[in-house]
Design a protein around this ligand. Structure first.
Ligand SMILES: Cc1ncc(C[n+]2csc(CCOP(=O)(O)OP(=O)(O)O)c2C)c(N)n1
Length: 382
């Protein structure tokens, strides 16, 4: 296992001082170490809206400095990186060196997949073959890797990137890093997200289907529905972070006589924020964003736009009705107003970072959950 601060020392001594990416649980201690040093020590950290954006930053940084930058991501984000990698950074186009630091969910050990959530299964299986296909040299680091082995691998991959004129990668297994002591969460005057979700559910009732975003928002929603025996039809966007709003918008266009709600996160909203121009046109969509200003589900790192006011952004994208609430008691009136309006509406609900440590996970397989959702909203399958 690696001490994240020591390993960061080693990366910095190789000349890596610019770190761009989207946070991940496997890498959360390394990202905390980078966060702790950012600003001082000549080290830059930019949490980007999506992983492709991080590759763009790394390309620009190389153009300006002649030095490779580091791009960190969960393997789920590889898809977002493929386009800039294949059409720009590849040795066959601009040939831009960068070192990718990838958290490997759904990892394989001796060819057998380690137990993880269903959304990580396929991506976990194809992560190394995908890197092979992309022509990205890579080395795997795990709990049994010593500091010397990991630093040697970093040095080797960085050399491959520089001399091959292309991205190279280190792929990290779960528990590659010793846990760093966690800062206690800052006090927040905003409601707990779980309470805000419960409040929203009680107003939406049984007839408004909900599409919920990736991570703890879906987990809290699922648990609340189960605990309270509620029958609100809920579709959990367990993967494809950033696409819940488009799924909800598609659903809304498929059932124009009903309101459809999306429970989104701020990190997810930034990931594909351009979609707001499309979702704003859905007259029967109620887009709720539980804004805790952080990526709570993967360690609580600030989101790309943590200080931004999302209701203002939504209005600029064309939502007809927008609201921002900071108190639990203001949630119900805001949703009631959205239910009554014949046009698209967007509600930013400010919530505190953090979740219950004993928060459960859905037990059903996603395919089973999909059919249950379709049955609940009355869709017949051809
Ligand atoms: C494409 C992609 N990149 C990264 C991740 C890892 N990931 C899962 S949930 C999450 C954070 C979501 O943050 P936000 O939408 O703000 O919701 P919160 O967790 O704060 O409730 C991240 C980065 C992912 N699942 N998919």
């Amino acid at each position: 296992m690696l001490d994240a601060l020591d390993f960061l020392d080693d990366l910095q001594s190789l000349g890596l001082n610019e770190f761009f990416g989207v946070p991940d649980t496997v890498l959360s201690d390394l990202i905390s170490a980078i966060e702790a040093r950012a600003g001082g020590d000549g080290l830059t950290l930019r949490v980007t809206s999506n992983e492709g954006a991080a590759a763009g930053l790394a390309m620009g940084s190389y153009l300006g400095s002649g030095k490779p930058a580091a791009v960190f991501l969960q393997n789920s984000g590889l898809g977002n990186l493929v386009n800039p990698l294949t059409s720009l950074a590849s040795a066959k186009v601009y040939g831009t060196p960068m070192l990718m630091l990838i958290g490997w969910r759904g990892e394989l050990r001796d060819g057998v997949q380690v137990k993880d959530e269903p959304q990580h299964g396929f991506q976990g299986e194809i992560t190394l073959p995908m890197l092979d296909l992309l022509g990205v040299p890579h080395q795997v680091i795990g709990p049994d890797s010593s500091r010397a082995v990991a630093s040697e691998a970093a040095s080797w991959m960085l050399s491959s990137a520089k001399y091959g004129g292309k991205p190279a990668a280190l792929v990290f297994r779960k528990d590659s890093f010793y846990p760093l002591p966690k800062d206690s969460r800052p006090d927040s005057r905003f409601p707990r997200r779980e309470d805000a979700i419960a409040e929203a559910l009680s107003v939406l009732g049984r007839d408004t289907p909900v599409v919920a975003t990736t991570g703890k928002i879906s987990r809290e929603l699922h648990e609340l529905l189960y605990r309270k025996s509620l029958t609100t039809p809920a579709f959990l966007t367990v993967g494809g972070m950033g696409h819940a709003a488009m799924i909800a918008t598609g659903l809304a266009s498929g059932m124009p006589d009903r309101k459809v709600a999306c429970f989104d996160g701020d990190g997810a909203l930034y990931m594909h924020a351009g979609s707001l121009a499309t979702s704003a046109k859905a007259d029967n969509l109620i887009h709720l964003v539980f804004n805790n200003q952080v990526h709570d589900s993967v360690g609580g790192q600030a989101t790309a736009g943590s200080a931004l006011q999302l209701d203002v952004i939504a209005a600029a994208f064309g939502y007809s009705a927008v609201a921002r609430v900071t108190e639990i008691d203001d949630i119900a009136p805001a949703i009631q107003a959205a239910m009554a309006t014949p046009k698209s509406s967007f509600i930013e609900i400010m919530v505190a970072p953090g979740a219950r440590p004993d928060l459960g996970r859905p037990k059903e397989h996603p395919t089973e959950a999909k059919f249950a959702f379709m049955r609940a909203i009355g869709t017949s399958v051809d």
